[in-house]
Design a protein around this ligand. Sequence first.
Ligand code: 5GP
Length: 126
Amino acid sequence: MAYAYDDQNIFAKILRGEIPNNTVLETEHTLAFRDIAPKAPDHVLVIPKGPYVCFDHFCNDASAEEIVDFARAAGQVCKMLGCEPGHGGEGFRAITNAGEDGVQEVPHYHLHILAGRPMGPMLLMR
Ligand code: 5GP
């Protein structure tokens, strides 16, 4: 079944300019901006401009142009943050949450890039 995209989600409003954001990078198909409640010294969200709900939706339905643009923009953000491991930076964590089990809050696909401190274990076990 196709994903239904809710165009009233907060990132859709950011993309339409209805809500301000702290932009790090903007390209033809991608926007990167600082998370409003950062979980690390650097916490940037990279989002496609297209109406994709989550990671698998984007991977399956976005055009090759959108996917390449998104990947290059995410790589550029790592460069801009100076966190590339082995290239002067100390590394980072890139996370995407999807759906209920992934505990996704905002139903517009986004990649979290977290840097500036050791991130600890990948997941809390419970
Ligand atoms: P999720 O849980 O969906 O993976 O992550 C959603 C992220 O969006 C959270 O880290 C949250 O802090 C961030 N967020 C929610 N509302 C806003 C907003 O209005 N502006 C910005 N910049 N980030 C937001």
